[in-house]
Ligand binder design. Structure first.
Ligand code: ZN
Length: 727
């Protein structure tokens, strides 16, 4: 021990900046002795050393303080050498020696070195440990949530007050820092009265009282948490290649100029669940994960049988004045008013209903342009003027930016198709649009496109088998071959790809499974060998490889680099041309058309399609279904209202709150978490084998049969019509 003190003598206050803040008033950078000799005046370094050498210190009670002094001197010093003078007069010098380090080390050692380098940098900058900007947690202080955040968290986790109280008691009651039940209830009442959280119940469903307030509240919370992400648009809203006559971007509420800073809000509605309810959801795109359910705003839950125009009009009635106000007044972002850019989410059918459009089977089915569905004699004027969806190389005539704002046809008016350019000509929009949306701001439905195109590809496989066999053995044999191949295909997908048709989305494969099927497309192609002509098989393989690239860009919820967006445009065009060129019976559905003609423009303009997708909306069906049991009520409307109230409160514990104290981790490299080792317990063969449940496998087999029968029927109709035309 004496040695350390001697060193202190050799180095008087050489490191004043390293002295503890408490010592700033005194000349000495040694705070420890103040504790040891508190009543007396602070001794000088020399006095302290003399005392130490005399043996006045060194008892058990001083041991810890002396150790602290030694640590303060020895560990924090940056001197190249330390001199120790022993009691016998001998001086020992300890010099720092650098030992050579390996130049190449593995990740664990590299991480340690990086951490050491960071610490060194901080020390030279004078920063204190624990105040790094990227370290969100201040030192080791206990985490404190406000009462409102606790109310929100309890609602988000669907935790009852009794359940919450049990946690509180288990964590030490008052000492836990959690609010008592009475405080919690009072805060809940107070929060529920806020305009952004109030729920009103009408005949059409349970609605948020003020969509405007709810959006403003979320935007302010994002700004406070420094989580508001700017989403600048590309300078010019570029039109698809070959478009002509499209007017410049009109000044439309909800469609500010691309150069202006805006707040992007997607409004979507979708029917789902059992019993069916329409959920209206608003998504603020200006955040990191806009489609995460906890980041979206549930605007209404409306129990319904149907989701056609009339029903949607009743459901939206409460919110339309709010939307108007939102578009007129904008949203405050850090004290500055910003215009709102309104985008229309939902699936295609709902988009058509909201806009008063006749739907996918209308004469002019596209919401973005005026092309007709098929060439026909009756619509020859329109076909000539605007081209058809089937024409892959035609010029597209985009709808005017104000097309859906015009309320062009009076409600209830008879649907008429006039000459292009006349007042009667309304491009299949038969009702007054419920929302004024710029056609360039209709989201190209990435999720539903993925579902639809995946299904189309599987159907195409069956059709190819039918065509091949029909040409050799006649239509009946072709149909038979198609039916047995459909069954084989769904069995293969079940056995090898481990996907199965779902009871919703029309009994198709759902989103996740579509990606799995795409990744295993080689299996589907292999199964076709010998059953189809080689030229068809080659084209089919090529079509899958194009789609596999396209679907990844289409669905990725992040900003897509420019080069990839350009590739997307080329790939979608090549894919649709290939399908049309190699398989003459394939008709370009509105989804394929959107993918080819409108998705690339949207991607180039907004930087991403996946960020604007329908996933956040669809997720609410699952959430509602799971939570129904927690919010019992005599009627569906009561359950919906209780659920809405809880979810409005849950927004208090959004991602900004949860991320405040949580450590932030870099996302793993894609594929880094795959089970690659043979012994990995996540692999199917290493999991405990359970006996096969007979009832379950019979049900699955029945579902597969239904899927196969459905797809065979569709394929037979298409191939039959194609054969007829060929004759
Ligand atoms: Zn179009």
């Amino acid at each position: 021990m004496p040695g350390e003190a001697a060193d202190a003598q050799l180095c008087p206050p050489a490191d004043p900046h390293e002295g503890a803040p408490a010592a700033t008033g005194g000349a000495e950078p040694l705070p420890a002795p103040t504790q040891a000799a508190e009543p007396a005046a602070i001794p000088s370094c020399k006095d302290f050393l003399d005392c130490l050498v005399d043996g006045n210190y060194g008892g058990e009670e001083d041991k810890s303080v002396l150790e602290a002094i030694a640590n303060a001197i020895l560990l924090r010093g940056k001197r190249p050498q330390i001199r120790l003078k022993h009691t016998n007069g001998r001086v020992v010098v300890y010099a720092r020696q650098m030992s050579p380090r390996k130049a190449l080390v593995k990740s664990s050692q590299a991480n340690k070195r990086r951490a050491a380098a960071r610490k060194l940098q901080e020390d030279t900058r004078g920063g204190m440990v624990g105040t790094r900007r990227d370290s969100p947690r201040p030192a080791r202080e206990p985490v404190r949530l406000t009462v409102a955040e606790q109310v929100g968290l309890a609602a988000a986790l669907r935790l009852s007050h009794i359940g919450f109280n049990r946690w509180r008691l288990a964590l030490g009651g008052r000492r836990s820092g959690l609010a008592s039940l009475s405080v919690l209830r009072a805060a809940r009442r107070q929060l529920s009265d806020l305009p952004g959280k109030q729920v009103i119940v009408t005949g059409s469903g349970a609605h948020l009282a003020s969509l405007t307030a709810a959006i403003q509240e979320r935007v302010s919370a994002l700004c406070d948490a420094d989580a508001f992400v700017e989403r600048p648009l590309a300078d010019t809203q570029r039109e698809p290649s070959g478009s002509a006559g499209a007017p410049a971007v009109a000044v439309l509420p909800g469609s500010p100029s691309p150069s202006e800073l805006d707040v992007q809000i997607t409004l979507g509605l979708d029917k789902g669940g059992d019993p069916g309810t329409v959920k209206i959801v608003a998504t603020i795109i200006n955040q990191a994960h806009p489609n995460s359910p906890s980041n979206t705003i549930l605007v209404a839950v409306c129990p319904c049988q149907d989701d056609k125009y009339e029903e949607l009009a009743a459901m939206l009635e409460t919110h339309l004045p709010q939307v108007d106000a939102l578009l007129r007044d904008g949203v405050l972002v850090r004290g500055v008013h910003r215009p709102v850019r309104l985008l229309l989410g939902s699936d295609y059918a709902a988009q058509c209903n909201v806009l008063g459009h006749k739907g996918a089977s209308a004469t002019q089915p596209c919401l973005g342009c005026k092309s007709t569905r098929f060439p026909s004699v009756a619509q020859a004027v329109l076909d000539d003027a605007y081209g058809t969806l089937q024409d892959v190389d035609t010029r597209r005539h985009l709808r005017e930016a104000t097309h859906f704002a015009d309320r062009m046809v009076a409600e209830g008016a008879a649907a008429v198709v006039g000459e292009p350019g006349t007042a009667e000509h309304h491009c299949s929009v038969e009702r007054s649009p419920l929302l004024a949306i710029n056609p360039r701001q209709i989201v190209p439905i990435p999720l539903h496109c993925t579902l639809g195109i995946n299904h189309r590809y599987l159907r195409l496989a069956v059709e190819m088998v039918m065509v091949f066999r029909s040409s050799a053995d006649g239509a009946a044999a072709g149909r038979q071959a198609g039916a047995s191949f459909a069954l084989e295909l769904v069995g293969l997908l079940h056995e090898k790809v481990r996907v199965r048709p779902t009871p919703y989305h029309g009994g198709l494969f759902i989103g996740r499974d579509c990606h799995t099927i795409g990744d295993s497309s080689a299996l589907v192609c292999n199964a076709l060998k010998g059953k189809v002509s080689q030229s068809h098989l080659d084209a089919y393989e090529q079509a899958w490889s194009l789609w596999n690239r396209v679907r990844k860009t289409l669905n990725r919820a992040s900003i897509i680099p420019r080069a990839e967006a350009a590739l997307f445009r080329a790939d979608t065009a090549a894919m649709v041309r290939l399908l049309k060129g190699s398989f003459p019976w394939v008709s370009i559905s509105p989804k394929l058309h959107i993918l080819m003609c409108h998705a690339p423009a949207f991607l180039e303009s907004f930087g991403s399609i996946g960020l604007y997708g329908e996933q956040g909306l669809e997720a609410w069906h699952g959430r509602y279904g799971q939570s129904a049991v927690k919010y019992p009520g005599a009627t569906e409307l009561e359950r919906a209202a209780a659920f809405m109230r809880a979810m409005a409160l849950a927004r208090e514990a959004g991602a900004d709150v949860l991320a405040r104290y949580a450590p932030r981790r870099k996302p793993a490299v894609p594929g880094a978490r795959m089970a690659r080792k043979v012994g990995d317990k996540r692999r199917r063969e290493n999991k405990p084998q359970l006996p096969i449940c007979g009832a379950e496998s019979r049900k699955a087999a029945k579902k597969r049969k239904m899927w196969a029968a459905g797809i065979t029927k569709e394929a037979a109709t298409t191939v039959g019509a194609h054969m007829q035309r060929a004759i």
